[in-house]
Write a protein that binds this ligand. Sequence first.
Ligand code: DAH
Length: 419
Amino acid sequence: MLIPRSSSCCARALRLSTHHHAIAMAVPSLLSSFSHLFPRGHGFKPFPQFLSSSCSASPFSSLSSVPSPMPNRRSKTPVAAALLEIGGVKIAKDDVVRESDPTNNVPDNIFSKIGLQLHRRDNHPVGILKNAIFDYFDTNYASKFVKFDDLCPIVSVQQNFDEVLVPADHVSRSYNDTYYVNADTVLRCHTSAHQAELLREGHSHFLVTGDVYRRDSIDSTHYPVFHQMEGVRVFSPDEWKDSGTDATSYAAMDLKKCLEGLARHLFGAVEMRWVDTYFPFTNPSFELEIYFQENWMEVLGCGVTEQDILTRNGRKDSVAWAFGLGLERLAMVLFDIPDIRLFWSTDQRFTSQFSEGKLGVKFKPFSKFPPCYKDISFWISDSFTENNLCEVVRGVAGDLVEEWNVREAVQGKLYVTLR
Ligand code: DAH
């Protein structure tokens, strides 16, 4: 069922750039755009779980979205180990998956990914890439960057959102987009969740790698669990005072130099460009794009850390830069891996193709089965969201479904084809 599909899109940045917002306004998610076609509460509803969220389907489709709890959708995938330990924290399944709690929306199949830590496997493409990035920082910064790759992915709403200045009404806080363990606790949706605590602990150079979780659609570049790396460097006043520029320009220049070097380390002598964007936690904010295989590809998001974050965390007189990158997105390009679900494969025909230290070995497809199509149809209400459908599909079919398309929407009924 793993059929290569070319796509370079896997960027789900926590941002609200005017550019993306404009696109979201112009091309609303297909299913969200259906919703207003249908009368509220119309017809028989065979899948009540689809109707539970009132939030937008796209992170960029709305500026305002208040988290609202919803009933749980439960999967039929195998139950995961009942007790995990991550970074010294013991996690019982009941701590994370709570069917009777309306403020909890973590299904079994997501719990089963916690603790797998693909980024800590030296023979896995995600781990190989992480190590290659570590090598770059160790070589160029005399091992000054402290590395964290075992921080627990269960974090407070405060860590995940408030401490990095994500606005109270930002869509990423919604139950449609984020996995809530309860009203105050989430599965981190980005590694930026650890920035503030590490600054408070006094670190000035650090890299945080970890698994992050986002409710999402089904396609070859999106999966509800993926891996990110966050980098932060803090400068003290004596570092920029003789530079002839202000602190912010100094940090921005250093950031760009560092990340251009990283891109060359990973991709060779590529053409690059900087694009201005928006993140709640940096100002100014940028994206780095490289020209690769005849396309401009977004590599990472970054910027000069908002002064408020530094001030609140004991670094009043400092300036800092930060970046965040998605490891699967880059690994898909570097290793020619056509489908993001493959990263989770335990099939030897996948795992045996990669070995420690070998960045950029090209993946050879091995599936010999043709795709199989399944048509389904059901009634929907105007609170239907694409993420809720995909969550149910994953709960029933695991990772077998690689894509879904809407064939038709007639009088409150949606006809979908799964592949
Ligand atoms: N947290 C962002 C995301 O998940 C990525 C990011 C962007 C991290 C800019 C940063 C940053 O530290 O400065 O989309």
